[in-house]
Design a protein. Structure first.
Ligand code: HAM
Length: 530
């Protein structure tokens, strides 16, 4: 820490934790009343300080060195001040002078070894599953000609604040950064995509077909398949106003399901269009700007009682008559019936019919069904919306998406027709578990290479290098271990071959090979080892 670096030592509220014997130490050294001791500038005469937090014993302030004239330090009792410490730690810990860095703490208690609630570690066995899943996301995206993109996990909070009262807004992990900017961990990828499309402007040629796999953060109530951090696979098409785009997106998800062994009897897609609601609301001359809000209320239909839904709709300015009509339309499960109610002239019915006809051509008709109650919980959708669900009804939505033709203008850009979907990594794993479709993903390495005595460690390294240059994976035994240990390890990592580097073979430019699946054994010249 440099002499100029700011350093937060104690916060007034933390005084509560100070032990009587120590609580007076620092303030008294600085001649300050403890109640008002806050962030206090250490002048150059203070050379160093370490504040240690001990959960059992409150604050300890060891090795606090201070020069003789410290008592001349005056402080306004209530002002927040910062302490400059003369230490090499904390370099780059934010802007000096404006904000303080966190205290240097010595934690003497054992830490909680679990990750924060709702988040996950990925030890090798979990990571293998995640990599396998992501590989399939990528492969399907590649099959459909999409390019991969990514955005920062940390974005400006404003990107995710929409007025419609979405649940996602209350679930934001947001805070002020050291430069006093409101930022948030992204809860979804779509606003970042919109931001990037606006930023790229005319330099990109449409349509864009982009996919991303990114970690998203939502402070959710934890249920099966819902957590506080999850990875989402997104595929989006920017610049295509036709329903062919939605049809193509659903086709890609069906392709993904099929790759994993999931069939149309396991999952399906509920499909509708926000234009259905729009047409009903238009009949009652309900203003356009209420539309997003109405959708958000209706999306809660399965989660809260109907009376509550009606009450919310009414208080947002919808008449009772319109509410009754809306609810009646939302219960419709067939396109023919919808056509009877809305007529054939509007976009809603026409687009949905086109989607179902395209589904036939793509070959996934049995996967999709019309369900007017699907509206989705994000305010920006404007047209077709869809959600993947498990037919046993045990899990939350597997994936969801739709058309959002007017999102860009909400960020000040020119609108471009767009649609896409998000597919989480959590529900699908639960489904695969339920269906017994989780793949066997044991670790695998092609060779394990081991020297038979200490002096041949270098020779074993040479063998490993030769094999790796030929593209073979090698687990090199790095210590002098007995053969029994080597065999155990070979079995654990699923090695295909054991390459033994022994003295007499090495003298003749040979190594010993054992094929572990068959126990076949032979010697081979080093330059013939493939
Ligand atoms: P979403 O429906 O909020 O849509 O999320 C999409 C998918 O992400 C969900 O269906 C689910 O698989 C997964 N997901 C969401 N929240 C969680 C959670 N807390 N835990 C585990 N998985 C979760 C969107 O986010 C849109 N931005 C999708 C989109 C892309 N629309 C157009 N393009």
């Amino acid at each position: 820490m440099t002499a100029n670096t700011s350093f937060l030592v104690l916060h007034p509220r933390l005084n509560l934790y100070l032990k009587p014997s120590t609580s007076v130490l620092l303030p008294s050294l600085l001649n300050l009343p403890i109640k008002h001791f806050s962030q206090t500038p250490i002048p150059s005469h203070l050379s160093s300080s370490l504040v240690a937090i001990n959960r059992n014993h409150g604050f300890r302030i060891p090795r606090f060195s201070i020069s003789q004239n410290h008592r001349n330090l005056h402080s306004s009792p209530c002002s927040a001040q910062s302490i400059s410490l003369n230490s090499s730690e904390n370099v780059g810990g934010g802007r000096s002078g404006t904000l303080s860095s966190p205290p240097v703490v010595e934690v003497s208690d054992k830490i909680d070894v679990n990750p924060p609630k709702g988040t996950r570690d990925f030890p090798p066995e979990e990571m293998r599953l995640r990599s396998w899943l992501f590989h399939n996301f990528r492969e399907v995206s590649r099959l459909f000609g999409f390019e991969e993109v990514d955005y920062p996990v940390l974005e400006s909070e404003a990107l995710f604040i929409r007025k419609a009262g979405e649940e996602i807004r209350d679930q934001l992990y947001s805070f002020e950064d050291r430069g006093n900017r409101r930022v948030a961990l992204r809860p979804e990828l779509t606003p970042s995509l919109a931001r990037l499309v606006i930023q790229k402007g005319k330099s990109v040629s449409l349509p864009l077909k982009w996919f991303a796999i990114g970690q998203c953060w939502r402070y959710e109530r934890m249920t099966r398949g819902r957590r506080r951090e999850h990875y989402q696979w997104n595929m989006d098409i920017i610049g295509v106003p036709e329903v062919t785009a939605e049809a193509e997106l659903i086709s890609s998800i069906v392709t993904f399901f099929k790759r994993l062994g999931i069939t149309a009897s396991d999952v399906g897609f509920k499909v509708s269009s926000r234009k259905v609601l729009q047409e009903v609301l238009r009949c009652y001359s309900i203003p356009e700007n209420l539309f997003g809000k109405v959708c958000i209320i209706i999306d809660k239909m399965e989660k809260i009682p109907m009376d509550e839904i009606k009450r919310e709709l009414k208080s947002s300015g919808i008449t009772e008559e319109a509410i009754e009509d809306l609810l009646q339309v939302l219960a419709v499960k067939s396109l023919d019936r919808l056509e009877e109610i809305l007529g054939a002239a509007g976009d809603a019915v026409a687009e949905l019919k086109q989607l179902f006809s395209l589904a036939e051509k793509f070959g996934y008709s049995e996967w999709i069904q019309f369900d007017a109650s699907v509206v989705r919980g994000l305010a920006y959708y404007t047209g077709i919306v869809f959600e993947g669900f498990d037919r046993e009804g045990k899990l939350r939505a597997i994936c969801g998406g739709g058309r959002y033709d007017r999102l860009l203008s909400t960020f000040g850009g020119d609108d471009i027709p767009a649609c896409g979907f998000g597919f989480g990594d959590a529900v699908i794993v639960e489904l695969l578990k339920d269906k017994g479709l989780l793949p066997d993903l044991s670790p695998q390495v092609e060779n394990i290479v081991c020297s038979l005595d200490q002096e041949l460690q270098g020779a074993a390294a040479t063998v490993a290098t030769i094999l790796r240059q030929k593209g073979q994976s090698v687990d090199l035994v790095l210590e002098n271990k007995p053969l029994k240990w080597v065999f155990k390890r070979a079995a654990r990592i699923n090695a295909g071959r054991l390459i033994l580097v022994g003295n007499s073979e090495w003298q003749r430019g040979m190594v010993g090979v054992k094929i572990l699946s068959t126990n076949e054994q032979y010697e081979i010249k080093l330059d013939e080892l493939e």
